[in-house]
Design a protein around this ligand. Structure first.
Ligand SMILES: C[S@@+](CC[C@H](N)C(=O)[O-])C[C@H]1O[C@@H](n2cnc3c(N)ncnc32)[C@H](O)[C@@H]1O
Length: 280
């Protein structure tokens, strides 16, 4: 067994060394120190982007995230998942009045949900002020409900108790780092939902088995090359390595149950992406 694991790790190490020169933009940190920290530390100590760095990246990416159909081409099946989540939320909570969109970006998910659940009150949370401004501007004409906007890290914000019927969190939770953060944020979501309320998550995920992760990651790389080219694959892989700490789908489903959700449901899973939900 350990032979298999070490073969996978050695393979990964060799590949990382080969593609290492592509990981640019490292500021004042020496490349080798950065390499060691990002690849040999624990999940918590690996040097990843700070909240400030993540905010700055998204501040400059508003246009891309304002396009429902093509904005997230690096995410496999993004338009399908948007459709599935909005329909699942409407089917689960047809009388919903209050929606919370966590890491709302330019508002794609709220926008879609307002077509199935009109006149919702919408609460938007994002690190990035320009993203929130764009989201509010796009949503304002679509609802008679009120729109509340919070520029905050979701980890830091008190979401209150029994305030929402539906929560969506799309392509954002992979920025959570430690187990304690994941659990605290999921528990906060549970507390913030009314009885019968639901949460819907779509995100980059990891696999528990190193061999399966390896295989799925290779397939994702092939998808990116097919979409554009090898340079694009390397760019996407570089920012995932730099910025993201995704967790397995099963880890997240177990955690949703652990913090109190009664039922969980998988809507879609393809290579390193999944869409799923839970209700109280
Ligand atoms: C990949 S975009 C997705 C936007 C939107 N959910 C969508 O699917 O179109 C991720 C968004 O999450 C925000 N974000 C990242 N980490 C966050 C955090 N810890 N708290 C709140 N927002 C965060 C980013 O600023 C960015 O706008």
């Amino acid at each position: 067994m350990f032979g298999g694991v070490s073969r996978v790790l050695t393979g990964r190490l060799i590949r990382e060394i080969i593609r290492w020169p592509n990981l640019g933009g490292l500021g004042g940190v020496s490349s080798w120190r950065y390499f060691v920290l990002t690849h040999f530390g624990t999940r918590e100590t690996r040097m990843k982007s700070t909240v400030e760095q993540i905010r700055a990246r998204f501040d400059n990416d508003v246009e891309r995230f304002s396009n429902l159909e093509t904005g997230q081409s690096a995410t496999i099946d993004a338009p399908l998942v948007l459709e599935l989540i909005s329909q699942a939320a409407a089917a689960t909570n047809p009388g919903a009045k209050d929606l919370l969109d966590v890491g709302c970006g330019a508002g794609n998910y709220s926008l879609k949900l307002l077509h199935s659940l009109p006149d919702l009150n919408v609460t938007l949370i994002d690190l990035s002020r320009p993203m929130l401004e764009r989201a509010e501007q796009r949503l304002r004409p679509l609802t008679k409900g009120h729109i509340e906007v919070f520029q905050s890290d979701v980890r830091d914000l008190d979401l209150g108790e029994a305030r929402f019927d539906v929560i969506v969190a799309a392509a954002v939770l992979h920025h959570l780092r430690t187990d304690a953060e994941w659990e605290a944020v999921f528990a906060k979501f549970f507390k913030a939902l009314r009885p019968g309320g639901s949460i819907w998550i779509s995100d980059l995920i990891e696999h528990s088995s190193a061999a399966i992760q390896e295989m799925m990651w290779r397939r994702y790389g092939e998808y990116l090359v097919g979409l554009k080219d090898e340079a694009y694959r390397e760019t996407v892989f570089a920012y995932v390595t730099q910025e993201d700490t995704p967790r397995p789908l099963m880890y997240q489903l177990d955690l949703l149950r652990k913090v109190g959700f009664r039922q969980v449901e998988i809507l879609h899973k393809t290579s390193v992406f999944a869409a799923f939900g839970a209700w109280t």
